[in-house]
Design a protein around this ligand. Structure first.
Ligand SMILES: Cc1ncc(COP(=O)(O)O)c(C=O)c1O
Length: 461
């Protein structure tokens, strides 16, 4: 039958007609155009196997199993500051009809002017709002434009693991070669709480990655998912290597305002000799707790920013005008009260620290070993002490943390994210015994998490 099917195949323009002999009758069959053309239209090789990202997979998981609490994706489940959401409502329905039309492609004027006002004192240099700042479709597009705007065929890019998963994809789609180095947890001392500062780079291993093909280093501080806030000394080591090997630094600082005392966020662009080789990335979504607004930015020296502009003008052209106007007004509002503790840039971390401490406490009480983050809004927690309480054999995934998070979501009703999604294939073992919890959630949802953790543990005893 199979042979006769193939033998009778004829291709007519965009469909195939099959003549098949069944009970001495000739039968016509149409094959769909896509079946015939599928080979031609398969995903280009530079995109790899086109696997689902962890976000796509876990959003589906949440839709299917409806866990009682979602501590997976990094976004608040409560309102942004009033003035921020009101700004958008006022812009969209206000008197100026042009706020609902296209605006300047490289960034709405009022927004880039306010970004320059915010960052100039922080980087110790008067920023040119026109040539040194680009507004993007979330920090995501700032990364895209920075990577696609600089990485050439065969260029090597150093990525610190765990890493925000799109870095690798973007580098490869530009023809670049990612070179990975994991942050490694120092061996834990009995009874001592582990913090994100205990996750460090091996300096010799780091230096060995830099060479003549190295084009770029991607830094993320404060770090997702570890919560590490790179120290002045750690940043100096990275800066010295970048300068020695003439390497560009992309500094992803979307969690810049979520740093817990006594730690301080240091912008690598402010280190001597680094401004000219650094592109710094920020996010209005993270800064104002409006991740759905998908508005971000990149800033750096004009000659480097030009390369981002070229990608942006041809892929995106311009970002959403009313949201840019609303972010500009929100920045103005916060800049006017910058010296007050009420300024959201500072009150946010104050608000989050008690959530962090509460989550760390309940995780410890329920068999996890959390890594206390110095920044960001995630906690990585070692779950291996719970391994004897959970049957992972029913989950088919290759990595243990995927099996744990899926089974745990189904049994305990708590959705978390498997950190091996943030590692290259060779280094997944470093993250397999952890899971990532997000704590920018309503207090009542963190309390519900405690209840669910206790109930799950009680069932297992
Ligand atoms: C480290 C890091 N970089 C970039 C982004 C993307 O930010 P945005 O939502 O502004 O595109 C995220 C979002 O979670 C992130 O965690």
């Amino acid at each position: 039958m199979r042979r006769s099917l193939l033998a009778g195949l004829r291709v007519h323009s965009n469909c195939a007609t099959i003549y098949r002999n069944t009970s001495n009758k000739t039968v016509r069959r149409e094959l769909s155009a896509s079946a015939v053309m599928s080979d031609k239209f398969k995903l280009p090789a530079r995109y790899g196997a086109g696997e689902k990202s962890v976000w796509v997979e876990y959003i589906q998981l949440a839709a299917e199993y409806k866990p009682a609490v979602n501590l997976g994706q990094g976004f608040p489940d409560y309102h942004a500051p009033d003035h921020v959401t009101k700004a958008l409502a006022n812009v969209a329905t206000g008197e100026n009809p042009l706020f609902n039309q296209y605006t300047r492609g490289f960034g709405h004027l009022r927004l880039v002017q306010n970004l320059a006002k915010l960052y100039s004192p922080l980087v110790g240099k008067e920023l040119d709002p026109i040539n040194e700042i680009l507004v993007t479709n979330g920090a995501y597009e700032a990364l895209f434009s920075a990577i696609l705007g600089h990485v050439d065929e065969g260029d090597e890019v150093i990525i610190i693991e765990p890493f925000f998963d799109c870095y690798e994809f973007m580098i490869k789609s530009a023809g670049g070669v990612p070179k990975f180095i994991p942050l490694k947890p120092k061996p834990s001392q009995d009874g001592k709480e582990m913090t994100s500062a205990d996750w460090v780079l091996d300096e010799k291993e780091l230096a060995s990655l830099f060479g003549s093909r190295t084009k770029m280093l991607i830094l993320n501080t404060p770090h997702n998912p570890v919560g590490k806030v790179f120290t002045a000394q750690e940043l100096q080591t990275l800066a010295d290597l970048c300068k020695k090997h003439n390497v560009l630094c992309i500094s992803d600082e979307v969690y810049e305002w979520m740093v817990y005392k006594p730690h301080k966020h240091i912008r690598i662009a402010t280190l001597p000799g680094m401004w000219e080789r650094t592109i710094t990335i920020g996010s209005a979504g993270k800064t104002f707790s409006v991740t759905g607004w998908k508005t971000g930015w990149a800033y750096g020296p004009a000659d480097l920013m030009r390369n981002l502009q070229v990608v942006h003008q041809n892929c995106v052209y311009t970002c959403c005008t009313p949201i840019q106007e609303a972010v500009a007004r929100s920045l103005e509002f916060e800049l006017a009260r910058y010296d007050s503790p009420e300024c959201y840039f500072f009150s946010l971390a104050e608000e989050l620290v008690s959530k962090r401490d509460y989550l760390v406490k309940i995780l410890k009480e329920n068999g996890f070993k959390p890594v206390v983050p110095d920044g960001g809004y995630f906690v990585m927690a070692d779950w291996t002490k719970l391994e004897n309480k959970i049957d992972l054999s029913t989950e088919p995934d290759r990595n243990k943390d995927y099996r744990f998070t899926k089974k745990f979501a189904k049994e305990a009703g708590i959705l978390t994210i498997p950190p091996t999604a943030f590692y290259s294939a060779d280094h997944r073992h470093v993250g397999e015994s952890y899971t990532r919890f997000c704590f920018i959630k309503k207090d009542e949802n963190l309390q519900l998490t405690e209840k669910l953790l206790k109930e799950w543990n009680a069932k297992k005893n």
